[in-house]
Design a protein around this ligand. Structure first.
Ligand SMILES: Cc1cc2nc3c(=O)[nH]c(=O)nc-3n(C[C@H](O)[C@H](O)[C@H](O)COP(=O)(O)OP(=O)(O)OC[C@H]3O[C@@H](n4cnc5c(N)ncnc54)[C@H](O)[C@@H]3O)c2cc1C
Length: 242
């Protein structure tokens, strides 16, 4: 429901709205904002990877993902947001200050359906928080092994993010979205980087058109079958608010 009449937004807010306080806003790397929030938990509680929507205006929402959950009564959640998009959602996030009270819309947790137990995670900056949440969840809940996490991010963010997540591979974005990650993936497949890893599942998130190319590279090289790959576009060239 990224765009809907205000009365629909009001109805969604009355059903799904969670009172939320902004506890902290940080810039962990150029092009990223990290929000620490205290938010009333939805039915079943907050989970890593939980999808939330923020009501930016009465008729506009934008989607984000819970990266971590903690604190008293598990009501402290964090969200890692990329600030590449020059839309109203990003402007709204940038305007948030400690002490602001906002409304998060969240239903009961409904995870993405992942496959396999030796997994590859690919995405761009806006999906880093989700990829991290799913990699950690997979390890904790089903003992899944992370074969690799590779994320394309703005060049100035590579060093600070690599310092924070040394186990993940951060690739400096070029002029067009997805190109750096695609060439990393094609090289890795060509050089047999995943051979012997038992790779049997992948989660591809982020830019819609890039995800399609990544999936094709994985299936054409027979590294994975189409059924072993979970995809979810987070944004698409020429579209607003997926
Ligand atoms: C289920 C789901 C979960 C998500 N979780 C997160 C999350 O945890 N963290 C996060 O940062 N984002 C997340 N996103 C992505 C985020 O919702 C989008 O980036 C959103 O469109 C940004 O809103 P906006 O109003 O700033 O830009 P929009 O008004 O939607 O778009 C403005 C312009 O920017 C382009 N654009 C949109 N997003 C991006 C981007 N990421 N990079 C470059 N260009 C872009 C659009 O194509 C458009 O041309 C999620 C999306 C979905 C669907």
């Amino acid at each position: 429901m990224p765009q809907a009449p205000a009365f629909v937004g009001d109805l969604a807010t009355s059903l799904l709205g969670r009172r939320t306080d902004v506890l902290d806003v940080r810039e962990p790397a150029p092009g990223f904002l990290e929000l620490e929030l205290r938010a009333e938990a939805p039915s079943g509680g907050w989970q890593r990877g939980h999808e939330v929507q923020f009501r930016i205006t009465p008729s506009l929402t934008r989607r984000y993902t819970v990266r971590t959950v903690g604190g008293p009564e598990s009501e402290h959640i964090s969200i890692l947001a990329a600030t590449e998009a020059a839309g109203p959602g990003t402007a709204w996030l940038r305007s948030l200050r400690v002490g602001d009270r906002i409304t998060a819309l969240a239903a009961r947790y409904w995870p993405l359906r992942e496959h396999g137990t030796r997994r590859l995670y690919l995405g761009d900056g806006c999906s880093l928080g989700t990829l991290d949440a799913y990699a950690q969840r997979g390890a904790a809940s089903v003992g899944a092994v992370t074969v690799a996490v590779a994320v394309e991010v703005p060049a100035p963010a590579v060093a600070p993010l690599a310092e924070r997540w040394p186990e993940y591979r951060f690739l400096p974005a070029g002029e067009a979205p997805g190109v750096a990650l695609q060439s990393w993936l094609e090289r890795a497949l060509r050089e047999g980087e995943f051979k012997g890893s038992g790779l049997d599942g992948a989660l591809l998130l982020g830019h819609a058109q890039s995800i399609q190319r990544q999936r094709r590279a994985l299936t054409d090289s027979q590294a994975l079958s189409r059924r072993a790959i979970t995809t979810k576009p987070y944004w698409s060239t020429g579209k607003t608010g997926l």
